[in-house]
Design a protein. Structure first.
Length: 262
DNA sequence: TCAGTTGTTTATAT
DNA sequence: AATATAAACAACTG
């Protein structure tokens, strides 16, 4: 699930239900998701502390309290849910933050990422590592400035969190498809019109995905057809092709997204 | 049994 | 120095 739009949805959830409320209890159902603290340390740091305004940085969610910050990363299968007090536990619920009004559940099937504890902004920065500017507030000039001059394929560059933070496999395929740019294009080869299409596609896809809290699988979008057995392009009707880029499945339309100089 | 999954890191090669 | 590839992490599903 989680790319920028999903994590932004989790941030909204946390802002609505958690901000300014007190954590009554921390329940660690699976200690394996705690990356730099024991369950005792996590509970000791957060119990009876007040949550402040949450923040998203790329795919990271920051939940600051009056005693340090909880950092959450959702990997490929994580999510954050708000449930009624004492709601039944799901088998993949790994951590529960119990508040007076309800419970926040960190749920994750695969446990590829997890939860960290940071005492100060420097510790937060050390855990998150270098991140490019967030994709959600990126100007046209900044997008081009971050990418131009790099060698390599455009999909790899867009997926690199140090270049731009927040874009993942699904988003990048959708953006490139809407911009009609082949995922293997080289940045120096893009003309002004293509840069423009890339920027506006990025804006449109992100705006609508953030609103939905996911990349919406609309029939008119690549995301709406990519999981079909033999997907066809919603724009031209031609067959959708698949290739491997950076170890990820990449879907594109060879007719709408041609690779020049074959 | 095997390939595949919306993420990231590490090792190795180019 | 950058870039490319594969594997590993983990827990499933078809």
């Amino acid at each position: 699930m989680p790319e920028l739009p999903d994590v932004e949805g989790f941030r909204r959830l946390l802002a609505e239900h958690g901000a300014s409320r007190r954590i009554e209890q921390v329940e660690v159902h699976d200690p394996a998701v705690l990356r730099n603290a024991t369950p005792e340390e996590m509970a000791g740091a957060l119990r009876r502390r007040r949550l402040q305004q949450p923040e998203r940085r790329g795919k990271w969610l920051l939940a600051p309290t009056d005693n340090g910050t909880l950092l959450l990363h959702f990997g490929m299968s994580g999510e954050l849910l708000w449930v009624e007090p004492g709601a039944e536990r799901h088998r993949h619920d790994r951590v529960t933050l119990r508040l007076e009004e309800g419970e926040l559940r960190y749920r994750d099937q695969r446990k590829l990422q997890g939860l960290w504890l940071a005492g100060d902004p420097e510790a937060v920065a050390a855990i998150i590592g270098p991140l490019g500017p967030d994709a959600l507030d990126l100007s046209s000039a900044e997008l081009r400035g971050r990418l131009a001059g790099r060698r390599g394929r455009i999909k790899a560059a867009l997926m690199d969190q140090e270049v731009i933070a927040g874009l993942g496999n699904l988003l990048v395929d959708e953006i490139l498809w809407q911009a009609r740019i082949h995922p293997h294009r080289q940045m120096p080869d893009l003309d002004d019109q293509e840069w423009d299409r890339l920027y506006h596609s990025q804006r449109k896809v992100l705006r609508e995905a953030v609103r939905a809290g996911r990349v919406p699988p609309r029939p008119s979008w690549l995301t709406g057809v990519r999981d079909q057995d033999t997907p066809t392009c919603p724009r031209c009707g031609g067959p959708i092709d698949r290739l491997r880029e950076g170890g990820r499945s990449t879907y594109f339309c060879p007719r709408c997204q041609p690779l020049p100089r074959a």
